[in-house]
Design a protein around this ligand. Structure first.
Ligand SMILES: *Cc1c(COP(=O)(O)O)cnc(C)c1O
Length: 357
């Protein structure tokens, strides 16, 4: 609290990002970064852009990047919005498309930035509980008898559970709410989900949000995008041009476009992560962990004989960092990013040590 702060700022509860440790020797499995670096073509493109041209502003519209994304997804370039990480895209979505009188709706357990944006933009919201298996029940978003939602947002695959909702259920939610925007945050879709982008031409109320941070191994570059019909994209452009006209710098625009151009590297590196995940799930299950089915680059797991916070602490003492959320219903769980084979080996060694096996 400060008398110099605005009433809004005094009332905020900001998002707390996962730790970015200053030590190099830790096995870092806490923020869902990709374990393998980006395509070498991305680094070449960034190097080529590193010149005296940095004195010039970047393209405020990111047209070249929008063009490659539009081509890849079979949509028009004006159906693509690009921003400084999908967090920024989501911020504009909350302000421009979800801020209405009626409460917006999202699961009780999902990306914890959503309620933070609601606080920042004073958007009323209500949550719907995940089912006992930690899945989103589409019926919770279809109730015609209660008051209609002002908007709906969920992550698919969901975070931090990793659980994936079939596309048919996503479509039921979108089709059942024609008067509000339904946002599908597909940050992890490339690790085993099914994208809803193929539905945008049929549903004017559907917006799909993606990021380069996870599957494209570019968390440090800060690039995200949204795909939807023109009317929705135009709202985001209006917000963006009322906030920061140049959200993506020259290096980010060049690197992101090069990443989309190297489809083979992208597909192969995601496949490698999926294979490591499947092995990790099997071996954690052997250690007695209850692991939720994951379609993401992380696993969400609990051990019946150990508390989540204590396990996270014990792992940290062994130089392995994972994410623990001290929240109702998921307090027993750890969210563990799928690392390299060697990192997963280190994690399993530490777990065996802690569990005495
Ligand atoms: C990581 C993540 C984001 C944010 O990604 P950035 O593009 O790095 O801002 C958004 N949504 C979900 C569900 C995420 O896990």
């Amino acid at each position: 609290m400060s008398r110099f702060w605005s009433p809004l700022v005094n009332g905020l509860t900001p998002y707390v990002p996962g730790e970015q440790p200053k030590l190099d020797n830790l096995v870092k499995l806490n923020t869902n970064e990709h374990p393998f670096g980006p395509s070498p073509r991305v680094l070449d493109a960034i190097r080529a852009e590193t010149s005296a041209n940095l004195r010039l502003y970047p393209d405020p519209n990111g047209d070249a990047l929008k063009h490659v994304l539009a081509t890849r997804f079979g949509v028009a370039a004006d159906q693509v919005f690009v921003g400084n990480g999908s967090d920024e895209v989501l911020a504009h979505v909350f302000l421009g498309l979800l801020s209405h009188e009626r409460p917006i709706r999202f699961p009780d357990i999902t990306y914890s930035f959503y309620p933070v944006y609601c606080g920042l933009y004073r958007i009323p919201f209500e949550t719907r509980p995940l089912d006992p298996a930690f899945r989103i029940d589409p019926v919770d978003y279809l109730d015609a008898d209660t008051e209609r939602a002002g908007g709906i947002i969920f992550a698919n695959p969901n975070a931090p559970t990793g659980c994936f909702m079939p596309l048919a259920d996503v479509e039921r939610i979108v089709a059942g709410n024609p008067d509000c925007v339904v946002v599908v945050d597909e940050a992890y879709v490339d690790f085993g989900g099914q994208s809803a982008i193929g539905l945008v031409d049929r549903y004017p109320n559907l917006l799909v949000v993606h990021t380069f941070s996870k599957s494209r191994s570019l968390a440090g570059l800060r690039v995200g995008y949204a795909i939807g019909q023109r009317e929705l994209i135009e709202a985001l452009e209006r917000v963006k041009n009322s906030f920061n006209s140049y959200p993506l710098d020259r290096l980010a625009l060049a690197g992101a476009a090069a990443s989309v151009d190297d489809e083979a590297y992208f597909l192969d590196s995601c496949k490698r992560v999926i294979a490591i995940r499947e092995d990790l799930v099997a071996r954690m299950s052997e250690l007695g962990f209850d692991v939720l089915p994951s379609a993401a680059n992380f696993v969400f797991a609990r051990h019946p004989a150990h508390q989540g916070a204590a396990l996270a602490r014990a792992l940290r003492e062994r130089a392995v960092i994972v994410r623990h959320f001290a929240k109702p219903r998921i307090d027993a769980f750890l969210r563990i990013t799928v690392g390299t084979e060697a990192q997963c080996e280190a994690l399993l060694d530490a777990l065996r040590d802690i569990l005495g096996r």
